[in-house]
Design a protein around this ligand. Structure first.
Ligand SMILES: Nc1ncnc2c1ncn2[C@@H]1O[C@H](COP(=O)(O)OP(=O)(O)O)[C@@H](O)[C@H]1O
Ligand SMILES: [Mg+2]
Length: 272
């Protein structure tokens, strides 16, 4: 059977700057795939092509066998693609509730209300703060809000772009506990994560992106020995499990500085 998500030969970039040079990968239903690679490798660009925020120059994206390459981000949310963008895409001046609503704007009001109630069961800290301005929440709470918002549409696949970036280790761990629960319930997840240690604990499979191409893929079997896998991935330099804050943060910040961008535009922002 075909994979739930099939990405084929994606070529994409900005202006005349080609970033992706023919990227192909699959994510099967119920699978957690983590994409790792150095800053600037093209991970986020690849994810944006799947979310519909960026149109690839060529190549295709299929979801459950249907070609979604040319669909808008909203249409993809409808089909079951939900995203936590890099930088989270929280609107700080809106309330927590209004931020949540963004994840369910494609839903009829009553369906939204039901889904929100369901999702909030998992996020007590978010639930307590619905009327508060999102910008006044802690980084960890905002991170959870971004995940809650993505879950509102009951996605068939969840795209997570560095969800633990900037979080204290304990908070990042909590977040990954939640991902583990989602996985146990059958969720399909494509995870970009600087904290390779955390990512590999969770993932069924890892793919390494380098300079806009997938250069290696680790089989589920090799996940047994994380040290060997990290060597295989050549991602030793990315291994910051013990101190994700100290190690991963400056790298991410430097990359953003290099790009001249702050937080990236989330899908909700692009379509709100
Ligand atoms: N918004 C943008 N505008 C112009 N170029 C961009 C933009 N986002 C990314 N790029 C280019 O794409 C390359 C890959 O970026 P990205 O996918 O964000 O890397 P990462 O693997 O760290 O997520 C960057 O080095 C940059 O040259
Ligand atoms: Mg990125």
């Amino acid at each position: 059977m075909a994979a739930l998500l099939e990405v084929r030969d994606l070529v994409a970039g900005y202006g005349s700057n080609q970033v992706l040079h023919g990227v192909s990968y699959d994510v099967a239903e119920g699978e957690v795939v983590t994409m790792v690679g150095l800053n600037g490798a093209g991970k986020s660009v690849s994810l944006r092509c799947v979310a519909g925020i960026l149109r690839p120059w060529s190549g295709t994206v299929h979801l459950a066998g249907a070609d979604i390459t040319r669909l808008s981000p909203e249409a993809r949310v409808h089909r079951g693609v939900a995203t936590v963008p890099q930088g989270r895409g929280i609107f700080p001046h809106l309330t927590v509730e209004q931020n949540l609503r963004m994840g369910g704007y494609v839903l009829p009001r009553q369906v939204y209300a039901r889904r929100a109630a369901e999702v909030l069961e998992r996020f007590p800290r978010v639930k307590e703060r619905l009327a508060q301005r999102a910008g006044t929440m802690s980084g960890g709470e905002q991170a959870m809000l971004a995940v809650a918002r993505a879950l509102i549409s009951k996605p068939r696949i969840l795209l997570l772009d560095e969800p633990s970036a900037g979080l204290a280790p304990a908070v990042a761990k909590n977040m990954f506990e939640l991902f583990r629960e989602l996985k146990a319930e059958g969720a399909t997840i494509l995870l970009i994560e600087q904290n390779v240690g955390l990512a590999l604990h969770l993932a069924d499979r890892a793919i390494l992106m380098q300079k806009g191409a997938i250069v290696r893929e680790a089989s589920p079997a090799s996940l047994g020995d994380r040290t060997a896998l990290l060597e295989q991935l050549g991602a030793g330099a990315l291994y910051h499990e013990e101190s994700p804050k100290k190690a991963a943060r400056p790298a991410a910040t430097a990359a953003r500085r290099k790009l001249g961008t702050g937080t990236r535009k989330p899908p909700a922002k692009a379509t709100a």
